[in-house]
Design a protein around this ligand. Sequence first.
Ligand code: SF4
Length: 323
Amino acid sequence: MTAASNAFIEISGLTKTYQVRPRFFARSRPLAAVAGVSFTVEEGGTFGLVGESGSGKSTIAKMLMGAELQSGGDIRIADRRFGSRLSAADDAWRRRALQPVLQDPTSALNPRLRVASIVAEPMRVQRSQPDDAAYERRVIELLEKVGLTASHARRRPSELSGGQRQRVAIARALALEPRVLVLDEPVSALDVSIQAQVLNLLKDLQAELKLTYLLISHDLAVVAYMSSRIGVLYLGQFMEIGDKADVIARPAHPYTQALIAASEPEHAASLDRVMGEIPSPLAPPPGCPFHPRCQQAVARCRVDKPLLRPIGPNHQVACHLAG
Ligand code: SF4
């Protein structure tokens, strides 16, 4: 792991293993959703986790948020350690300091409530304001911060556009003055024309409020636009991790190279079509986990698992041929 000098989040050797039954009568088998992942996020920075569905990125986010307990490894946030034993005070701090912004604002917002109630809800749970007038003032302040107006407070989610609904979800996430937003595919449910507006809003809020972001996306273009550091996940492990300038401009892993190629409009092709489907994490390939799909694989790749190793000051790659 390359430690950022002022790491706000530090994750070391994080693992998550589930016992699953592939079929009803079959014996349960271990599924390593996350297998020894380490990275740091500097305060006010954005770390982008990119990978296909099933790569383990959402499981990492759930462990960071406390929605799942890790099987092993260490999570530190602002010098607080979140291991298998957790003090009630640390747990309460995390629930306030880390807030999620999820992919689909439509399902994240209660359709029966008006926007004012949706945004005020986390504050009312925490009794963070002295009276109704203070809640109202704070709701309007939050709506204006995300580019909406007081008139939106009276509407229901069904009366808003997709972009406006995501702005409401962001306003609610900001209600308790969090330190970290966990952005899980925050624009993938939005029209392309709206995506840039929401990403720019997130950037502006980060600069204004000194927020730290963990961004999760299958879309390398979104991750590249937002992040200062990027980790490329495959079957629960990093294939490549480094500063954006290295990972995007000088990708050293064949998987990162394929993700970049697939994200370019003129080469738009799904990875599945180019390389076949991602293997099941229940039966990961021996050797390099990427070898069944790698066009550069050599005999060694089928038996010898490459470890993540540095090829530059802030750049690590798990490939025998890299560097
Ligand atoms: Fe491809 Fe081999 Fe590198 Fe794995 S180790 S990415 S199979 S070249």
